[in-house]
Design a protein around this ligand. Structure first.
Ligand code: NAD
Length: 296
């Protein structure tokens, strides 16, 4: 069982620390909120008076803080983690922060002779309580292996993201896509309501199509991801259908900014001569306008 310093005992950090205690680890906890510290002390943790104190004698220090500036302050500030940390300890930042800040934290820690890996989490505070978080582990293979018993006390699934800083990168991509999809889903739902269509019916239909399942596991695998752009469903036809939806929404005064932006992407694809390609070729179109090497 390990001696762990745990810093940041909020909605996520408190239940995560609690699950580490339940797994038999020894915790020294720090938070700027004394009430948050007391709640963990009542469960068997030791109170630390500073990040430095939480780090003293620890094999691992976990940070679960609101943003990257606070992580930096907690590590390098006055009475920060680095003031108490031993060179053999591993710091695991589980906060969601900017990937370039993560890169800088890793470099700055290395420069001082310390180690830090990123291991942000997916899912919600309910999962943090249940110990069923999705852990997205960055770090070297050795760091991930060393941290795995701890990480699996807080989560039910661990994905090795492929190297230092890659955990926070995959977290960013996942959040970007699900956050944008939330707005698109809201547009579709409001259009559904304006058309007088039963939401249950729409839900039933879309749960079985790329609309609800996403493209990564439906339309892309056998087409663009294999380099086959012969049309199963043509970009020209997708552009036409999107235009009809936007026209209907316009008549019903439904705002569709996500749909309007998408139509521009399809229009650009047609203007680039992709009208008769499969709609999954939108990936190649976005690569092209982003100046990324096209596969096709
Ligand atoms: P929170 O605001 O509930 O908790 C943050 C904790 O950090 C608070 O207890 C606060 O007092 C403490 N804190 C702030 N500054 C501090 C400092 N200088 N020193 C010590 N403690 C300090 O936030 P949360 O929901 O627990 O989220 C934590 C991180 O997890 C964030 O990066 C968030 O984006 C990420 N996350 C949250 C969720 C979620 O569903 N809430 C899910 C996945 C990831």
């Amino acid at each position: 069982m390990a001696q762990i310093g745990f810093i940041g005992l909020g909605q996520m950090g408190a239940p995560m620390a609690s699950n580490l205690l339940k797994a038999g680890h020894q915790l020294a906890v720090f938070d700027v909120s004394p009430a948050a510290v007391n709640a963990l002390v009542a469960q068997g943790a030791q109170a630390a008076g500073s990040p430095a104190q939480a780090a003293e004698g620890a094999e691992f220090v976990i940070t679960m803080l609101p943003n990257g500036d606070l992580v930096r302050e907690v590590l390098f500030g006055e009475q920060g983690v680095c003031d108490g940390l031993s060179a053999s300890a591993l710091v695991i930042d589980m906060s969601t922060i900017h990937p370039l800040q993560t890169d800088r934290l890793i470099a700055d820690m290395n420069q001082r002779g310390f180690s830090l890996m990123d291991a942000p989490v997916g899912r919600t505070s309910d999962h943090a309580i249940a110990g069923t978080l999705l852990i997205l582990a960055g770090g070297t293979g050795e760091q991930v292996e060393r941290a795995t018993p701890l990480l699996m006390a807080m989560g039910s699934e661990l994905i090795n993201a492929g190297g230092p800083g890659m955990g926070i990168r995959v977290k960013l991509i996942n959040n970007y896509m699900s956050i944008a999809l939330n707005a698109l889903s809201a547009e579709a739902t409001v259009l559904c309501e304006a058309l007088g269509l039963s939401f249950d019916v729409a839900l039933k239909v879309m749960s079985g199509t790329p609309a609800g399942k996403g493209h990564f596991t439906t339309t892309w695998p056998n087409k663009v991801l294999k380099g086959d752009l012969s049309p199963a469903f043509m970009i020209d036809l997708a552009h036409k259908d999107l235009g009809i939806a936007l026209d209907v929404a316009n008549q019903l005064h439904v705002a569709m900014p996500m749909g309007a932006a998408s139509r521009e992407v399809y229009s650009q694809a047609r203007a680039s001569g992709r009208g008769r390609q499969d709609w999954s070729a939108i990936l190649e179109q976005v690569r092209a306008v982003s100046g990324r090497a096209n596969k096709q």
